[in-house]
Design a protein around this ligand. Structure first.
Ligand code: ZN
Length: 318
């Protein structure tokens, strides 16, 4: 049999998928929900309830010059229990198209907010929502599918105050592999999740530097990496390189359950660095049953495979 018919089928399939993706892309920019009006103007009682629920005692949210916590953005647009948001025909159509093409499962993946100006008690809220993007076909652990991002623009007195992006994955669930006889175990360690908030940390690790974030507003050091300062709220930061000295602040010895690529028993330490922040890591170089609280440790970097380097801590014999 020559290869021609297969090549032909392949190109037909890719034409079909291009055509389908073009149909999906045609929904980008179309409204996802009818323009809405906030049920209540921005108001002090809702701000107070929010702050109590969140345990947020920032003085910015009380008093005569109070602003609303920026993360309340979506709260001002919510329809309440008795009303549901009015989805547009375009959005319903897009979801139906995906359903009918086999991407009938759905999972919410993430939400992102941007804040352009503070909201204050008395602000009247309006909002509208568009289908911002429909991704190409993506392969995920759940199955192949398309990410659909809707963007809600929130306005106060007509001026854009912030945006709220909400992303779902419409996917065809991957078939679960049938239980097989135990084969070779996956010997590689799990990969760290690297995102824009912690990428700098992993870049440091790659060149054998353990970087601690430092708030340039108040000077507080923080670890693990976060987008903002827990002490003063500033999003501005730089880094300091850890000296590498530390002590075991606490630890556990892992016996069970076993995980691939980990050989129990082993010690997992909460290491207090000389700089004052703490990091969870492996304590190596000493038998697991010799690890003690207060034991001095020294930073080291261990290569686990061709792509994975992790900071570990060597027990220092006293
Ligand atoms: Zn700070």
């Amino acid at each position: 049999m020559n290869g021609e018919p297969e090549v032909h089928e392949e190109s037909e399939a890719s034409e079909r998928s291009e055509e389908f993706e073009a149909r999906l892309k045609a929904y980008e920019g179309r409204p996802a929900a009818a323009t809405g009006v906030g049920r209540d103007p921005v108001n002090e009682p809702m701000i107070r309830h929010w702050c109590e629920a969140m345990g947020d005692t920032s003085p910015a949210y009380t008093g005569p010059d109070a602003i609303a916590p920026p993360t309340m953005l979506q709260a001002w647009t919510m329809a309440g229990l008795s009303r549901s948001p009015e989805r547009t025909a375009a959005y319903d159509e897009l979801l139906r198209l995906l359903d009918e093409s086999g991407y009938h499962a759905v999972v919410a993946t993430d939400c992102e907010q941007e804040y352009l100006r503070p909201l204050r008690p008395g602000d009247e809220i309006t909002f509208d929502s568009v289908i911002e993007s429909v991704s190409d076909l993506k392969t995920t652990k759940l199955g192949a599918g398309h990410f659909v991002t809707t963007r809600t623009d929130v306005r106060a007195g007509g001026a854009l105050a912030g945006t709220h992006r909400f992303r779902i994955l419409k996917y065809a669930p991957a078939r679960r592999p049938k239980k097989q006889a135990p084969g070779p175990p996956e010997e590689r360690r799990p990969r760290p999740v690297v995102n824009r908030d912690n990428a700098g940390f992993w870049e440091g690790v790659a060149r054998h530097a353990l970087l601690i974030q430092r708030c340039t507003g108040c000077g507080d050091l923080r670890f693990p990496w976060l987008p903002g300062c827990n002490s003063c709220g500033s999003p501005e930061w730089d880094t300091v390189e850890a000296s590498g000295d530390g002590t075991v602040y606490s630890y556990v010895v892992m016996h069970h359950p076993p995980f691939p690529a980990f050989e129990p028993p082993y010690a997992v330490g909460l290491i207090e660095l000389a700089e004052g922040v703490r990091i969870v890591s492996n304590v190596v170089g000493v038998p697991y049953d010799k690890v003690r609280i207060g034991m001095p440790v020294r930073l080291d970097f261990r290569r686990y495979d061709e792509e994975l380097v992790l900071p570990v801590f060597q027990g220092v014999a006293e």
